[in-house]
Design a binder for this molecule. Structure first.
Ligand SMILES: Cc1cc2nc3c(=O)[nH]c(=O)nc-3n(C[C@H](O)[C@H](O)[C@H](O)COP(=O)(O)OP(=O)(O)OC[C@H]3O[C@@H](n4cnc5c(N)ncnc54)[C@H](O)[C@@H]3O)c2cc1C
Length: 319
């Protein structure tokens, strides 16, 4: 039987939330193609990841475990993914359209002699839909090769819910090629806050926050919710916050339950990364700011007045 293979994203021994969104895409695609859904977990000592993913209704979890795969390099992971796709007769191979997926899936496509679609938001069994021009247009594309490779825009798909029963786990040994690239060091931002892509609440500050020190009020509100801090490119370019907090077309795509946009105008590039959020609250002193066009709740006010008041009230309510 042919398969749809989804490559799992994981970090620090745990699956990333994006994998659960990608499974939703994979489940639907597998049903439309009459294929079985396989999840590929690549890495070393990743049994914790595969165990955690067993309850999401995937037919098989394929684990390629090798010391040479412990630290991600596009070269070796793409090899392992392509080997799994060949072994399990994949007609469609997908991964979340994050940094890893964007880096690695084009190589997987080359190895499988497959056509590729990026940032896919829909599939009808024949054609794929993808966002273009910062999500302002949708293109319908057909991939004409027998095997198709895609990156999946995870904000377009809900996270899969756990189901009864457990997936079968199969081990796949791969012989890794002699590598031309070598992992040297991982410098990870250490933060007690969740990553914006994983959080249920994201509080984002823009140019209006006006300085690194002032981001403390954004952080305080985020911490009340146990949420993440986000930023516009203007705030990142100014050096107020690190660039892994940037939300938007060239940053991270998020779709939290609550998105608070403070002191940002709502450029199309920023909206591209957050407009699928469930509830959007905008705080801006300019009532003409475009962010109000997509906000569920708009507060026309000075953020330096509103956010501390909001935080005080919430702290009182929650204590
Ligand atoms: C190819 C390309 C890719 C890009 N990718 C991204 C991306 O991924 N993410 C991204 O964010 N941008 C991106 N940009 C940049 C984008 O075009 C905008 O320049 C940027 O989003 C503007 O950031 P901002 O809203 O913080 O700043 P501004 O547009 O300057 O808006 C600041 C807002 O703050 C309000 N304000 C000021 N003071 C206060 C206050 N005290 N209280 C309340 N409101 C206040 C103002 O009224 C104003 O609306 C990209 C641009 C290009 C060309």
């Amino acid at each position: 039987m042919s398969s749809v293979c989804i490559i799992a994203e994981h970090q620090n021994g745990r699956p990333r939330k994006s994998t659960l969104n990608a499974i939703t895409f994979g489940r639907d695609a597998a049903d439309k193609l009459g294929a079985e859904l396989c999840l590929v977990v690549i890495g070393h000592n990743v049994s914790g990841v595969s165990d955690e993913l067993k309850s999401y209704g995937v037919s098989k979890i394929i684990v390629t475990d090798d010391a040479g795969l412990e630290n991600y390099t596009a070269e070796q992971w793409a090899h392992a993914a392509a080997e799994a796709a060949k072994k399990y007769d994949a007609v469609l191979v997908g991964m979340a359209s994050g940094t890893t997926g964007k880096d690695m899936m084009p190589r997987v496509a080359v190895k499988l002699n497959a056509g590729m679609g990026s940032d896919i938001v829909g599939f009808d069994g024949m054609s794929f839909t993808r966002g273009m021009w910062a999500g302002n247009a949708l293109a319908t594309i057909e991939i004409t090769t027998p095997v198709k490779v895609v990156t999946i825009q995870t904000t377009a798909f809900a996270a899969v819910a756990p189901v009864e029963g457990e997936s079968v786990v199969e081990k796949l040994d791969v012989t890794l090629p002699k590598a031309k690239t070598r992992f040297v060091e991982m410098r990870q931002t250490v933060s007690k806050r969740p990553d914006p892509t994983e959080a249920g609440v994201v509080i984002t500050g823009g140019r209006g926050v006006n300085g690194a020190e002032n981001f403390k009020i954004i952080e305080r509100l985020a911490d009340i919710f146990g949420g993440a801090v986000g930023a516009t490119r203007a705030a990142v370019d100014a050096g107020w916050v690190p660039n892994d907090l940037q939300i938007g077309q060239t940053g991270k795509m998020v779709a939290p339950d609550l998105y608070v946009a403070a002191g940002l105008s709502g450029s199309i590039q920023h909206q591209a990364g957050m407009k699928n959020s469930k509830v959007i609250v905008a705080i801006n002193k300019d009532e003409e700011a475009p962010i109000f066009e997509i906000a569920d709740f708009g507060i026309v006010a000075d953020l330096f007045k509103v956010i501390p008041e909001m935080s005080d009230l919430l702290e009182k309510e929650m204590s």
